[in-house]
Design a protein around this ligand. Structure first.
Ligand code: ARG
Length: 434
């Protein structure tokens, strides 16, 4: 193949062993001219190191893109606003990073006239799905190459390959875990974590203090939202990426954000995952609290369904699907009045709500109060309301018989109405007979 006729491939490059070997492999086994793309979503290696490594492994060009604010603004905030947590717990950090990287791969591929893009995912995970499906949705004509699915090399073979071809790889002692991290969270798997009975060892964590060792006095903070978007931390306006980064540190110090989960991968495998997501946990708690003030009961209820759907679509690699996009329009429309502040206390791994306030709150003290003074609720109206609200059940009971549940056990027989002055075993002598 002549130099001029070699097809181009854009590889998502993290600088780790897998993708470094992939640069060389794509060049020599597949005959590609490799262009690398490293998207900085908050936790990538130094740009210079990445470029040097990619080029010395044989890449013809190495791009590093700072995509932190793009990531938070376009992927994280909408997901926070949706309230989406996969299986109720996972804030989706890795799952949200993939479609953005796919989008950047496609952009660079167009720029450099590439016919293919590549990633370093294995055949057993969700990430390959997210890359493949997203690229297909954005540029159906591009080929997607996954070297790790094709070559038959284990980790030690890869190291041998790297040495044989003089590739620069990290010489430091290798982590016993597979880790993916971006601003929204750190995902840790494999090694000893594969036994779901075993407590994650201290070295599985990098962002969070061991909760019992975190300062016992804890800390308090106030987060300000503007139409569903976090804007301030303790009154200071912060850019999206900075706000998240700062919260990761503040909450991490208090041991907040550890999530230990046995998760269902799309490829049918159950897998034990450990996450660290201090900012995601804090902001999720705060955002929910503000929504409880600002949204109606019906919107809150319907939004919970949307949250589940959104989480699954994102997890399954369907970010760029028509349904996710339509749900995004719905979620955005719910955020108009989600403005205000939330006070939280962080202490030894726990985040608790202290207070919330909103200029557009639907909470009205004059309606909620149990005090007579200042009460504006029309008590008499409850009677008419109940006449109608309870009507179907009364009708059914009258026509078809009482809706009494036969199986329900009777109350334990205790002496009733006899005041003995002594407490009888198992009974409460003060119990009123009625
Ligand atoms: N289980 C998570 C997900 O599918 C995290 C995957 C993390 N990837 C990794 N290389 N450790 O989103």
């Amino acid at each position: 193949m002549t130099e001029a006729s070699r097809p181009r491939c854009v590889l998502a490059f993290s600088g780790g062993l897998d993708t470094t070997v992939a640069v060389h492999w794509l060049t020599h086994t597949r005959g590609y001219e490799v262009v690398t793309l490293s998207a900085d979503l908050g936790e990538t290696a130094d740009a210079e190191v990445l470029q040097r490594r990619a080029l010395s492994a044989g890449a013809v060009a190495a791009h590093v893109v700072d995509a932190k604010d793009l990531f938070i603004t376009n992927f994280v905030w909408p997901t926070l606003q949706a309230g989406a947590l996969y299986q109720g717990v996972y804030p989706l950090a890795t799952a949200l990073g993939r479609p953005l990287i796919a989008r950047l791969l496609v952009e660079v591929a167009r720029e450099v006239g590439a016919s293919a893009v590549a990633h370093g995912c294995t055949a057993k995970g969700n990430d390959q799905v997210r890359f493949d499906v997203a690229v297909g949705a954005l540029a159906p004509g591009l080929e997607v190459v996954a070297p790790l699915r094709e070559w038959r090399m284990g980790r030690s073979d890869e190291i041998a390959y790297a040495h044989e071809h003089g590739l620069e790889i990290t010489a430091t002692t290798e982590s016993p875990y597979s880790v993916d991290a971006n601003l929204w969270g750190r995902s840790v798997e494999t090694g000893i974590l594969e036994d779901p009975w075993v407590e994650p060892p201290a070295d599985a964590f990098a962002w969070t203090a061991e909760p019992s060792r975190a300062p016992s006095e804890g800390s308090e903070l106030v987060i300000g939202f503007d139409e569903g978007t976090p804007r301030t931390l303790d009154g200071e306006i912060l850019e999206p990426a900075l706000l998240v980064a700062r919260l990761n540190v503040l909450a991490g110090q208090q041991g907040v954000g550890r999530i230990d989960h046995v998760e269902d991968r799309l490829v049918g495998i159950k897998s034990r995952e450990v996450y660290e997501a201090p900012a995601a946990v804090v902001l999720g708690t705060a955002h929910r609290a503000l929504e409880s003030l600002a949204l109606s009961r019906d919107v809150l209820r319907f939004k919970r369904l949307v949250a589940d759907e959104w989480a699954q679509l994102t997890y399954d690699g369907l970010w760029f699907s028509a349904l996710r996009q339509s749900l995004a329009a719905f979620v955005a429309s719910t955020q108009k009045f989600v403005t205000g502040e939330v006070r939280l206390r962080l202490r030894q791994g726990a985040v608790s709500l202290v207070g919330r306030s909103s200029p557009t709150s639907l909470y009205r003290r004059d309606l909620a109060t149990y005090e007579l003074a200042g009460d504006s609720f029309r008590h008499q109206a409850a009677e008419g309301f109940l006449t109608i609200f309870g009507l179907p059940l009364r009708t059914q009971a009258a026509v078809q018989g009482s809706l009494w549940e036969e199986g329900l056990p009777l109350l334990p027989s205790v002496p009733r109405g006899i005041a003995t002055g002594e407490s009888s075993p198992g009974g409460d002598s003060d119990a009123e007979a009625d």
